[in-house]
Design a protein around this ligand. Structure first.
Ligand code: ZN
Length: 87
């Protein structure tokens, strides 16, 4: 019987997650790290959105976030803000 030595080092580095996004203002396409995005979860779908600042033109972009996007972003470590105000 052969014994295989498995090299289990502590090399499980957390890979940074990037999200593809585009700017509606300057139409630039880029990838944003989780830290550059913010997610706001409201009471309804209309108030659930994610936002980021365009690295090209600097405008604040806000886009609606569906369930799947919410899952993706929260799973990727994006800061999540839960809104409880009912306007
Ligand atoms: Zn832009």
């Amino acid at each position: 019987m052969r014994e295989m030595s498995v090299m289990h080092g502590m090399t499980a580095a957390i890979a940074p997650v990037f999200f593809k996004a585009s700017c509606p203002d300057c139409r630039a396409r880029f990838e944003l790290s989780a830290g550059a995005l913010r997610l706001a979860i409201g009471a309804s779908r209309r108030t659930t959105f994610y936002s980021f600042t365009c690295p090209e033109c600097g405008s604040a972009v806000r886009k609606p976030a569906g369930e799947r996007i919410v899952e993706l972003l929260t799973g990727g470590g994006v800061r999540t803000l839960r809104l409880h105000s009912t306007v």
